[in-house]
Design a protein around this ligand. Structure first.
Ligand SMILES: Cc1ncc(COP(=O)(O)O)c(C=O)c1O
Length: 481
């Protein structure tokens, strides 16, 4: 046997990371146990393994719940104002897949062009036909701030057969769309509004935060409780209300998609996170908001740095103040460079970076030292690393032609060809630059001259892309015709 079998590289990397004493401004929101729901830390004075159980008598069955899982889901529904809630053990991604299978199938669905890749996964699994709607951009930041309800209404008028409308709110940058406007647009034609609310599990627990999708009347919302609600990574909840969506169809889709061996540790963490939010959510968020407001103030005073604030947003959109979107463009640095400096030089870990921003999350587990370290590190970076030229940003083309369903492109025979020879061909991949994270092309769409010119410009400026099989963008994967 190879000597390497004595190694455990992932375990060792995690141990090394935890020894670094880092500042932590990222998910999961419990911040390495800082605000772990009461009971989970001590696991009721038992060890981790003693609770790693399975469907034994008295412990219920996630796929056919009638005992404690049923009761725990009922309490979650009650807290979030839903008629029914489902625990998910493979993140919000599975909830989105299930909703698309249950409500759209092979029909049409209105989808924001900046949807998370789990939506594309759902379109492929369901065989659905996307009608994309384009979000508005925040000029100074180049970020998307949601689709307007008027755009949704026009898409519904042009596509009366659409089975549902998807929205993403909040988006990764903490921008909450005009949810009441989407609900009105959807319900006037009796269609369900499905909200990807991966970043919104905490919203309803503090009056200073914008209302969440259930409060605004959405038919379905899927929340990554693990991101901002304090549960363990991968645990999410899908909420349903009203009569537009058949609960049994959603339950059936979840039986199809979720493992037959769901982790009791994940499910227990959802139960305990729900209890913690119900009993202490407001207090924990008081503290998070105070830290976030102070950090926002400190960062805004740094020359060359600006922080996304409510005054940058158009009417109807709102901002989650616990999310700090820090533009570093005027420092002449990309967000990726700043993210790397923060981690390597200052041991400060933030949630994400794009070409122009770094995004930090202040959660219910954040501590003052995390925020102080980030503010100090950003001041130091601004003083020492500032370049003379700002990073250039370019907007992706906003016209696209869907020639094939994403599912057909996914299962088609594909090959890679030079980008410059791809005009008129059908893409088999997604290519997006952040910001704004709006794909230039998706699987099943025509590769136009505009797309090619945009991608050549992206390559010249050196903006990293998400999705392409060839990160140098010299080639692109297309459907064999
Ligand atoms: C907007 C958005 N939707 C959905 C997801 C998927 O959530 P999960 O990781 O819980 O599957 C993410 C994950 O980052 C996301 O940012």
């Amino acid at each position: 046997m190879s000597e390497r079998q004595g190694q455990a590289p992932l375990f060792e990397a995690l141990c090394r990371h935890t020894e670094k004493n880092t500042a932590n401004l990222h998910i999961p929101g419990h911040r390495q146990g800082q605000s772990i729901p009461e009971g989970l830390l001590s696991l009721g004075n038992r060890d981790l393994f003693s609770l790693d159980l399975t469907e034994l008598p008295g412990l219920d069955d996630l796929h056919n719940p009638s005992g404690p899982i049923h009761l725990a889901q009922e309490l979650a529904a009650n807290l979030y104002g839903a008629d029914r809630s489902f625990f998910l053990v493979n993140g919000t991604s599975t909830g989105i897949h299930a909703l698309l299978i249950a409500t759209v199938g092979q029909g049409q669905v209105i989808v924001p062009r900046n949807a998370h890749r789990s939506v594309l996964g759902g379109l492929v699994l369901a065989g659905a036909d996307p009608v994309y709607v384009i979000p508005e951009l925040i000029p100074e930041f180049g970020l998307d701030c949601g689709v307007t309800p008027a755009t949704v209404r026009v898409a519904l008028e042009d596509n009366p057969a659409a089975a549902a409308i998807m929205a993403v709110s909040p988006n990764y940058y903490g921008v909450i769309g005009d949810l009441p406007g989407y609900v009105e647009a959807a319900h006037r034609v009796d269609k369900p509004l499905l909200v990807d609310e991966a970043h919104g599990a905490h919203l309803r627990f503090h009056p200073a935060l914008p209302e969440d999708a259930m409060a605004c009347g959405a038919d379905a919302a899927v929340q990554s409780t693990h991101k901002l609600g304090g549960s363990l990574t991968q645990s999410s909840v899908l909420h349903l209300q009203g009569t537009c969506i058949d609960q049994h169809d959603v339950a059936a889709a979840l039986r199809l998609l979720q493992t037959t061996s769901p982790s009791y540790l994940l499910m227990v963490s959802l139960d305990l996170a729900r209890r913690q939010l119900a009993l202490r959510g407001k207090g924990l968020l008081d503290q998070a908001l105070e830290l976030a407001y102070r950090l926002r103030e400190q960062l805004s005073m740094i020359d060359g740095v600006s922080v996304l604030s409510p005054e940058h947003l158009p009417m109807g959109a709102r901002l989650d103040p616990t999310r700090l979107v820090i533009s570093v463009r005027k420092l002449g640095l990309s967000g990726y460079q700043v993210q790397q400096l923060l981690a390597e030089r200052y041991r400060v870990y933030i949630e994400m970076a794009d070409s122009a921003h770094v995004v930090a999350i202040v959660s219910i587990g954040s501590v003052r030292a995390d925020c102080e370290e980030l503010a100090r590190a950003m001041e130091d970076i601004a003083a020492r690393e500032r370049k003379t030229e700002s990073i250039l940003l370019i907007a992706p083309p906003d016209n696209f032609t869907v020639l094939m369903k994403p599912r057909e492109a996914w299962f088609a025979k594909v090959h890679q060809i030079p980008l410059v020879e791809a005009s008129g061909r059908i893409s088999a991949e997604t290519i997006a630059v952040y910001p704004p994270g709006i794909p230039a092309v998706n699987p099943g769409e025509e590769i136009t001259v505009d797309v090619i010119n945009y991608l050549i410009a992206v390559r010249k400026i050196g903006l990293p892309c998400q999705g392409p099989s060839d990160p140098t963008l010299k080639t692109i994967t297309v459907v064999v015709e």
